[in-house]
Design a binder for this molecule. Structure first.
Ligand code: HEM
Length: 125
């Protein structure tokens, strides 16, 4: 029986493994490496803050997560297959590591945020 997501250490494990998968997938990795040129040591803690706020109302993330994605989309289009891959890998990682109500909510929230993000990017295509 796996544990549920319960603290920031769990969130760091989740996003670290998730990004290993994203960066190993050539159909999406270039957006992180070549276009946005992310620095993982800076980016992963921001993601932990984001998910801590979403799942545990921690008040650690105060920015608008949509904005950098719209900027990214203007540089290199975010397409349907990118969202499908992002979501598939997020759900796969969550299921590999955790199980329970919070893990379920994380997948639900990821799905709804990705849906809104996709609608917003299609509007400016
Ligand atoms: C096609 C799907 C997606 C791609 C390719 C993608 C890619 C990226 C990239 C490259 C960045 C770094 C942007 C930068 O710092 O310039 C980023 C930031 C981020 N992404 Fe995504 N993303 C996707 C979907 C999502 C979804 C669905 C969520 C939420 C559930 C999400 C949450 C975040 C957060 C919280 C940040 C940090 C924003 C900040 O710095 O405040 N992403 N994403």
């Amino acid at each position: 029986m796996k544990r549920d997501i319960s603290n920031r250490e769990d969130l760091l494990l989740l996003v670290t493994r998730f990004y290993e998968k994203l960066l190993a997938d050539n159909s999406i990795s270039y957006l992180f490496t070549d276009v946005a040129k992310i620095d993982l040591s800076h980016h992963l803690p921001v993601l932990v803050d984001f998910w801590d706020s979403v799942l545990f109302q921690s008040d650690t993330y105060h920015k608008n997560a949509m904005q950098p994605h719209m900027a990214l989309h203007r540089q290199s289009p975010l397409l349907k297959h990118h969202f499908e891959t992002w979501l598939r890998l997020f759900k796969e990682t969550t299921d590999e590591l955790f199980e329970g109500e919070i893990a379920f909510i994380a997948k639900e929230r990821a799905t709804s945020i990705a849906t809104v993000m996709q609608i917003k990017t299609i509007q400016v295509s």
